[in-house]
Design a protein around this ligand. Structure first.
Ligand SMILES: [Fe+2]
Length: 257
């Protein structure tokens, strides 16, 4: 049977659509220059394509909403730490803000900046597992058991968050936020090249926020005092370039609210 005009073209477009490639080319075949059979088929395929596209768009939106709601729920859990520990109040959010600012200043890609912000907000969620002994401890004496608990919080955070697929590498940043360049950090004792950049960013800003926050039994340091301490830690615990870039960022744009 001879091919109808446009038949080849139509078959090619249908194959492309089945492969996920949608284009307006199909509209051309609905025009008067083609036999009615081809026009009719092209119209039907065009309608089908529009419906599939609309459904895909709807699914993407739904996925984004589920992601956002899940993230809000987990963030609410992380923020609940503030009810157990006055020092933790607002710490996660500020670390998220500082981490985002440092990541932007480093000109990282937008999705990586977002992952780093999320990891910053959630980094201490594992502290929810601390015993009352740690939260009510107002002196600086820490016994062996308490130290073990403190050093477990990145692992606990990882365990709490590990099933949230959309976190991707942000999960590693939470896990590694207390690692040090010189390998003396915890929980794994990783050293410089093995610590992801996102985790190194968190380490710098976490340290800064911890120092500049007023605690019930200790007034926070001034930014200048904190910069000096970050400078001492640079090259040992923290990456010197990240420290410099972060100090510049704070000098230019100030503290988080
Ligand atoms: Fe921490």
């Amino acid at each position: 049977m001879p091919l109808l005009k446009g038949q080849d073209h139509l078959i090619r477009i249908i194959k492309e659509i089945s492969g996920g490639k949608y284009s307006d080319e199909i509209l051309e075949l609905t025009g008067p220059g083609y036999p009615p059979e081809i026009q009719e088929l092209a119209e039907a395929v065009g309608m089908m394509m529009v419906k599939i596209e609309a459904r895909e768009f709807h699914l993407e939106q739904l996925y984004d909403r589920i992601k956002l709601n899940t993230l809000n729920t987990v963030t609410a859990v992380a923020n609940a730490l503030g009810t157990r520990d006055a020092y933790s109040e607002g710490h996660g959010e500020r670390v998220g803000i500082y981490a985002e600012r440092l990541a932007r200043r480093l000109e990282l890609a937008d999705d990586e900046v977002e992952r780093i912000r999320i990891a910053g907000t959630l980094h201490d969620i594992g502290k929810i597992g601390f015993s009352d002994q740690i939260f009510s401890n107002e002196d600086t004496h820490i016994n062996k058991d308490m130290l073990l608990e403190i050093r477990s919080h990145p692992q606990w955070g990882y365990d709490i968050l590990k099933n949230l697929e959309f976190l991707g590498p942000a999960l590693e940043y939470v896990f590694d936020h207390h690692e040090r360049l010189d390998g003396k950090g915890y929980p794994r004792g990783l050293s410089a090249p093995d610590i992801p950049l996102g985790a190194q960013i968190l380490a710098v800003v976490d340290c800064f926020d911890a120092m500049t926050t007023n605690r019930p039994y200790q007034k926070g340091k001034t930014p200048q005092e904190a910069f000096a301490i970050l400078g001492d830690l640079a090259g040992k615990a923290l990456d010197p370039d990240l420290v410099d870039t972060f100090i510049n960022e704070i000098e230019d744009n100030g503290l988080a609210e």
